[in-house]
Design a protein around this ligand. Sequence first.
Ligand SMILES: Nc1nc2c(ncn2[C@@H]2O[C@H](COP(=O)(O)OP(=O)(O)OP(=O)(O)O)[C@@H](O)[C@H]2O)c(=O)[nH]1
Ligand SMILES: [Mg+2]
Length: 419
Amino acid sequence: MKIGLVGKPNVGKSTMFAALTQINVEIANYPFTTIDPNVGITLIQARHDCPTKLLREKLENTGRQSETIECTPRTGSCENDVRLIPVTLVDVAGLVPGAHEGKGRGNQFLSDLSQCDALIQVIDASCLTDLDGNPIGTGACDPIEEHEFLISELASWILSIINQGWVRGVRRAQSDGDKGLMSYLYNTLNGIGAKEKHINSGFNKFKINEDTINPWDWEESKKHRLALKLREEIFPLYVAANKADIAQESELNKLIEFVNNKNSIIFPTSADSELALRRANNANLIEYNFGSEDFIITEVGKQKLSENQINGLEKIKSTLSEIGGTGFTKLIDKIIFESLEKIVVYPVQDENKWTDGDGKILPDALLVDKGTTAKGLAYEVHTDLGDGFIKAVDGKTSRIIGSEHELNDGDVIKIHSKV
Ligand SMILES: Nc1nc2c(ncn2[C@@H]2O[C@H](COP(=O)(O)OP(=O)(O)OP(=O)(O)O)[C@@H](O)[C@H]2O)c(=O)[nH]1
Ligand SMILES: [Mg+2]
């Protein structure tokens, strides 16, 4: 799972990246601080208790020792039976109008977004910076315009890719109709991460209001409308209404209503606050559970923090209570588990002990699509495992399940395969 952070320059993309990945990157109050993309890992919470808890209960019920039973995540981690799953974040250069034509950092950075499963647009909800990211003061921008220009810019980028071979590509539509056109689109956009299902559903949505005959005669505006629909499928876009700590409530609410009406997900966020809290937490100055709406200053903090720092933390505290936390945990959780409809499943080699070949308990927690079947999971683990699939066993119930059985969030699955 890979999420790209996009938006105009100077909105807080790198601040959000630094806060969520704990990687130090350059942050500054001017445009184009970031040039080369930053790539890192953030951890998201599964929506269920780690199944290790169940394993312990099972053992206790049969009168066996369970205290030493702990899972060993190969990636991510687990704390107090809260399983944390890695998600890759990509922080790219700021995008200015005309980026698809090479303005600002241009197309290079757009290709940095290739293969992302979703994008989060970071918007400056405080409106203190203009569309090019220059800090010019109150009323410098319109957050809704900022959102719409990004959508259009992403579509223009997709259009510039499909235009490269359009005349030759759409000839296939002459003999094969829509199927030929879709196959051209898939072959062309596959390189930036498009899957067949994206092309099919984007194209079908486009067809609701448009005819698809004679594509060789289409005007640019029609192709742009197609690109808009394809973008929705390939790069679902969500919004972090950032700098909410200094934003005007009326502007913030206008933006939230606008994005909600488009059935996307938006939360007010404060990247600055999240970064400060995580750093203070790492230094033992405060106790802060990521995503929570409050924190406490530790004894060490009381001794070491200056009056200014305490005041700063008090300010953050009031931001947290105003906007309900810094927004990121809720935003990413909702994107992954509700909008992208992912579930977490645990493939194991031993269906009784829930271990891999080395005796490690629940080493893998995989994010897969809701509706993934037992055989589908086998393919996620390895193509050979999928090709040789015989049957699977549900580790929680010990029942044998067939290839088409749909998995549930939190399932522990042993796959039997010819290989
Ligand atoms: N008040 C406030 N300031 C913020 C917040 N997030 C980031 N900033 C400030 O906004 C400025 C820009 O932050 P960056 O993270 O460098 O922004 P960016 O979007 O990565 O910028 P480019 O790399 O130039 O595209 C810095 O001065 C940050 O401290 C926030 O939530 N609230
Ligand atoms: Mg940056």
